[in-house]
Design a protein around this ligand. Sequence first.
Ligand code: GDP
Length: 224
Amino acid sequence: MTAGSGDKVQLTFPLAPEPDAIAREAGRMLFAGEVAFLKGVVAMAGMPSADRIEVCFAGRSNVGKSSLINAVAGRRALARASNTPGRTQEINFFTAADRHYLVDLPGYGFAEAPLPVVERWQKLLKAYLAGRQTLRRTFVLIDARHGVKEVDEEILTLLDKSAVTFQAVLTKTDKLREAALDRTLDQVRGALRKHPAAYPDIVMTSAQTGAGVEVLRAIIAGLE
Ligand code: GDP
């Protein structure tokens, strides 16, 4: 391994730092106003115009994505789990303070999803990731109990190919004790090392306790 300090950060994948007071306030402000559902999109043609900063959330179904988006948005039922296999898979757009788009990607990894559904979703996802100029970051949610699974690797590889920076976000951290969390972190770090598009900091969250929610808000508000 070479010695540059940038490389070093990349190799260790530290936890995201607590935001300072200014960053925290910027995050609070961004989500203090209305966060609203704009539309569900099933084809590139339906995307809203790319006129503001955008972040998206990806993760296996049941990873806790809806719960975390709701926590970040400060709304109880903004995003809903729509993880019925075979159901129309939409990319859902939400607006925050009319300045940002939050994008909820369909949960992946249904063992029993019909092949045409999986293929349609992959095609749309590829087109979205490759073609969205204003997409600043993808948060890839990883269940703290499970770590990075094979099904996650597919999307991480796709993100590498699309050159979209992704940040790993561990969910449901309230369910684990510290030693178990450390084991998951080791596994996640090992997996991230193989992905050039991985952002160095990992965010630990719990929609249940609110842990990490302010960190995420501050990260989103700080993107340019
Ligand atoms: P999605 O399919 O990824 O949108 O997942 P959901 O947000 O619907 O959550 C899946 C399940 O995990 C639900 O039963 C949630 O109540 C539970 N869950 C989500 N986030 C948390 C969390 O932070 N802590 C705990 N303990 N449970 C959670």
